[in-house]
Design a protein around this ligand. Structure first.
Ligand code: RM4
Ligand code: MN
Length: 388
């Protein structure tokens, strides 16, 4: 098997974008619990995200969600991020929390609702120009609850037209990434339920449009790494929203529910060139920390991705290729499992230290006093959250 030393240099370029909303309060439809020290505004969210990067060296940018992260001056927010050693990343639009979107947004039958959603995306592009963001990420809650409720075909055509209008407003270096989800909040049909629909829609737009794969957005039992392989093969895997799930869109810590699945995904990423220098694949987290502490939750998450990436990189690709071509079923599988079962944690800890990072980022954060500081400082005001 490949040695850790020979893959260590590949770990240096790993970058995982953090979602600003992971630092705010979140919950289920039953209850949103508060946590002492939770940020009150986007500036405090970014300060918290910077802690994750400080202790891991893995998280150099933060994704924003509009309007949750609306500020008067995005230049000021950008400077604030830079002062904290991070950049502002993907801009996520939000067309799922207004009365006007009750029956859909970009795919809606009502032209007024569609126009409102298109205008919101124009606003998001203005923000991208101010923040220096490359990606506009679109996730739609659009869909219906009952058969016959609306014309699915017409809605697909509406969506294509709306997306084309937004796409035309992108700058040369900007991209549109379209995310899919098989159900929720709509329970009969979603307008972008699967990778095939997302692919068909973005392929019609052009090179600057790609698919976002959220690992929690598939039916149970779906072979997600197959989708990763296919989208990479087609040159359309724009980004990942990493998280893990046991049941539905649980938004739990990536690699928590099924570390082996994360490993298999990273194997396909490496195989498909998604981990190469200058990759066009953006790696992001899309998670909520409903009951656990948020900053350590994010630290744990990026470490889980790092760990499974290291294991995936350790596969002996020549040996695997030879075993596959020889139809050596168990031999090929054994090569995968050898890499998966290799405990890279001690080697990673030593490597981190050699890079000037704490060997144990979780312990380093706990000992830093930051958590106690924000609990003491952040008194009054309204904690950020998305009001579920
Ligand atoms: C959606 C989707 C989006 C995320 C929101 C918060 O389910 O996953 O990516 O922005 O949730
Ligand atoms: Mn997502």
């Amino acid at each position: 098997m490949t040695t850790f030393d020979s893959i260590a240099s590949h770990l240096e370029r790993q970058a995982i974008e953090l979602p600003s909303w992971a630092f705010g309060n979140s919950g289920t439809r039953f209850r949103v619990f508060t946590t002492p020290g939770t940020p009150r505004d986007p500036f405090e969210k970014i300060a918290d995200a910077a802690q994750v990067n400080k202790h891991t060296g893995l998280a150099p940018s933060v994704a924003l969600h509009i309007p949750w992260d609306k500020v008067d001056d995005y230049g000021v927010l950008r400077a604030h991020a830079e002062e904290h050693g991070v950049a502002l990343g993907t801009i996520n639009s939000n067309t799922f929390q207004d009365e006007e979107y009750k029956f859909g947004s970009l795919a809606a039958t009502d032209a007024k609702a569609r126009q409102r959603a298109i205008d919101h995306h124009f606003d998001c592009i203005d923000i991208m120009n101010a923040t220096g963001s490359r990606d506009l990420k679109i996730w739609l809650a659009d869909g219906t609850n009952y058969s016959g409720q609306d014309d699915m075909r017409r809605r697909q055509d509406n969506l294509a037209e709306s997306l084309a209008t937004i796409y035309a407003a992108l700058g040369d270096d900007q991209r549109l990434v379209l995310e899919y989800k098989f159900f929720e909040p709509a329970f009969y049909h979603m307008d972008v339920p699967d990778w095939g629909t997302a692919y068909a829609q973005v392929a019609a737009l052009g090179d600057k449009a790609m698919v976002c794969l959220d690992t929690g957005h598939h039916a149970p039992g779906t072979n997600i790494e197959f989708i990763v392989m296919q989208l990479l093969r087609l040159g359309k895997l724009g980004s990942f929203d990493f998280n893990s799930r046991n049941y539905a869109d649980d938004d739990l810590i990536v690699g928590a529910a099924d570390p082996f699945q994360l490993f298999r995904i990273m194997v396909e990423v490496v195989r498909g060139g998604g981990y190469d220098e200058g990759t066009y694949v953006a790696f992001m987290l899309d998670q909520c920390h409903n009951i656990e502490e948020k900053i350590p939750g994010q630290i744990r998450s990026v470490l889980n991705v790092q760990e499974m990436s290291a294991r995936a990189l350790m596969i002996d690709h020549d040996a695997l290729d030879a075993a596959q071509r020889a139809n050596d079923v168990l031999g090929a599988n054994g090569i995968m499992m050898d890499a998966f079962y290799t405990d890279v944690r001690p080697a990673l800890a030593a490597w981190r230290e050699s890079c000037g990072l704490p060997a144990d980022p979780m312990a380093a954060y706990a000992a830093s006093g930051y958590q106690q500081q924000i609990v003491a400082d952040r008194v009054g005001g309204t904690q950020a959250g998305w009001g579920a």
